[in-house]
Write a protein that binds this ligand. Structure first.
Ligand SMILES: [Fe+2]
Length: 247
């Protein structure tokens, strides 16, 4: 694992690895993204390709480690200073526990933290079961972008989120939802969840470089509406907790 840069922002949710999922299509896009991230104050990224066997069967913790090492080599050859760690965004599905028993648990940078998501418009039982299994095994699950979950009734969604966070699961919001580009509902919910202090982390969830500017816009909106200290906590301090640099 690379040393942790002492200052600067670190993104914990990123589809930067080239040609792996619906993120950067090739090395050129990854390099352009890194340049843009550096200009926005980022010093490192945890690479979190989708782990979703139906859609991306080759994406396993072992392969992601290898692909992240390959991108690090490309950066080293070019003399680009930017820290990269392997991780994953684990799609929760019926059977995900068995999948983890076979392929291993995709942690963020070898930590105890595990980034998860799901895309149902109801709250499936397997979500709570997978979260409970992870915690029983000593991992710390994080649910990505709860503001994007398609449950129409806010009360129903918050009831499930309350139960989940009460059991110790952490929530990560997406900056781009602030801009309205992910939808009106998401725009409302990300602000409500920020106001309620539900997020432990926020992240860019970058895919390809053309969409990075709107993600940076969302980041600036968080600073303007909720204050720079909150933005810095979400992008500087909390990622270093994930990496084990801050207790
Ligand atoms: Fe993602």
């Amino acid at each position: 694992m690379p040393p942790i840069p002492p200052t600067g922002r670190i993104d914990v949710h990123s589809h930067m690895l080239p040609g792996i999922d619906d993120g950067c299509a090739d090395l050129e896009e990854s390099l352009v993204s890194i340049e843009m991230l550096k200009q926005a104050g980022y010093v490192g990224t945890i690479c979190t390709p989708h782990l979703w066997p139906d859609m991306f069967p080759d994406n396993t913790p072992a392969n992601i480690q290898r692909w992240a090492d390959e991108l690090v080599e490309q950066l080293n050859e070019r003399g680009i200073g930017y820290a990269l760690w392997p991780g994953g965004e684990l799609r929760l599905f019926n059977g995900v526990i068995e999948w983890m028993k076979t392929h291993g648990v995709p942690t963020l940078a070898g930590s105890k933290y595990v980034l998860t998501d799901f895309w149902e418009d109801t709250w499936p039982k397997y979500v709570d079961q997978a979260m409970d299994w992870l915690m029983a095994e000593g991992y710390q699950p994080i649910l990505a972008h709860p503001e994007r979950i398609g449950i129409a009734k806010l009360e129903t969604l918050t009831k499930h989120l309350d139960a989940l966070t009460a059991r110790g699961v952490l929530l990560q919001g997406n900056f781009r939802c602030m801009t309205g580009e992910d939808g009106y509902l998401q725009d409302q919910r990300v602000r409500q969840f920020l106001t309620e202090g539900r997020y432990w982390l926020m992240a860019l969830d970058m895919h390809r470089p053309d969409a990075l500017p709107s993600r940076f816009d969302g980041m600036q909106m968080v600073a303007q509406e909720y204050g720079q200290p909150l933005l810095d906590r979400m992008t500087i301090e909390q990622p270093r907790r994930v990496l084990g640099h801050i207790q």
